[in-house]
Design a protein around this ligand. Structure first.
Ligand SMILES: Cc1cc2nc3c(=O)[nH]c(=O)nc-3n(C[C@H](O)[C@H](O)[C@H](O)COP(=O)(O)O)c2cc1C
Length: 354
């Protein structure tokens, strides 16, 4: 049998197979940023993945930047996620929640409430992101976080992780990729701090490592994953020297014993990301980006990663694992319905079983 269908263990997480559903923001949460019936059904349909990583969920109001993203800081949100966890577990699946704080990548009109915008430095994200109507809108000007505020902010993440566990979610994944808050600290372009949380790679990694440690202390490192995408310029990251940026961060968290490192591999022409990670990370690796069944199987067979993740293929193929097993061609998503359409383009994709 192909390795991809074999069970594995990532920290405390027991996976029935090595196909991971990559986190995808889909903008369907209900009022109060509470997971609703639609989201419960969406995740239930995809529970045959060895592990689901949820869409990014904000640990606080300040962490929200996109339209209708779910939170994990109110009791109503915890109750909503508990319904998601229950149905995924009932189908035999495992689910971890991605904790995503947008930092400076915030369009105020997307929030529906007042909250400030914070970042490592007072430098606005020059890129636009979709507003409530889907039309690209400017990001707000952020306030630079004071060093004295950072322990409390790390504790917000820790509380979000406890909330996720209280909801029955199996663990959390810290979003350190794609230009959001943690990545903003790591990146030399968005972190221009003159204090010990800025400067060289080790300084810029200090707050990201503080948050990772806070999560590990809160729920156990074996239930904490970390997501990175070295060399990814998304949301105006400098990203020019992945080794200088990520080696100190990995060095600072490697000893914690996290469940996994989840990499969106940018397939850079002059930087072998997976070789770099094997040299700088002693734990399990989930690799991602543009994988097919064939390329994913080859990576597992080569020992390049312990598991493989798929994003877009899960949108229109809720039973992706069954399709891989059967050799069924994959359905194509309707990309016009990624962030709109309620059940259309979300929960109405059929399985091969009908
Ligand atoms: C609609 C959509 C939303 C996404 N949202 C997130 C997110 O919330 N967090 C994250 O880490 N990555 C996010 N991603 C990136 C995916 O997790 C994944 O890395 C990317 O789609 C590449 O994998 P694929 O080629 O298998 O699709 C998103 C991707 C898509 C298509």
């Amino acid at each position: 049998m192909s390795l991809i269908f074999e069970a594995t263990r990532l920290g405390a997480l027991e996976l029935a197979n090595r196909v991971v559903m990559s986190p995808m923001t889909r903008d369907r949460a209900g009022p109060g940023d509470v997971p609703n019936d639609l989201m419960v059904e969406y995740y239930r349909q995809r529970a045959s993945a060895g592990l689901i990583v949820t869409e990014g969920a904000q640990p606080s109001r300040t962490g929200k930047g996109y339209w209708r993203t779910p939170g994990i800081h109110s009791q109503e949100q915890v109750d909503g996620w508990a319904r998601v966890a229950e149905v995924v577990h009932a189908e035999g699946g495992r689910i971890v929640m991605q904790l995503m704080h947008v930092g400076r990548v915030a369009v105020l009109a997307n929030r529906g409430f007042d909250a400030e915008v914070v970042a490592p430095s007072a430098i606005a994200c020059p890129d636009k992101v979709p507003g409530p109507d889907g039309v690209p809108a400017a990001c707000a000007d952020p306030r630079a976080l004071a060093a004295e505020e950072l322990p409390a902010l790390a504790e917000e993440f820790a509380q979000a992780a406890r909330n996720a566990r209280a909801a029955g979610i199996d663990g959390v994944e810290l979003h350190c990729a794609s230009g959001y808050l943690i990545n903003q600290f790591l990146d030399r372009g968005s972190n221009r701090r003159a204090d010990s949380f800025g400067g060289d790679g080790a300084g810029r990694a200090r707050f990201p490592a503080m948050v990772t440690k806070a999560l590990a202390d809160a729920i156990g490192a074996d239930r904490v994953g970390v997501r990175i995408s070295p060399g990814n310029p998304y949301n105006a990251m400098d990203a020019s020297d992945p080794a200088e940026t990520f080696a100190p961060f990995l060095a600072a968290i490697d000893d914690l014993g996290c469940a996994y490192l989840h990499v969106a591999n940018m397939n850079l022409p002059d930087f072998d990301t997976l070789a770099f990670l094997r040299a700088n990370w002693s734990g399990a690796i989930i690799t991602n980006n543009m994988l097919t069944l064939e390329t994913a199987e080859a990576l597992l067979a080569d020992g390049a990663a312990e598991a493989v993740s798929f994003g877009r293929p899960f949108i229109a193929n809720p039973d992706l694992v069954a399709r891989f097993r059967a050799g069924t061609p994959l359905a194509k998503p309707d990309y016009t319905l990624l962030y709109t359409g309620e059940e259309r383009g979300y929960t109405d994709y059929p399985t091969i079983a009908g």
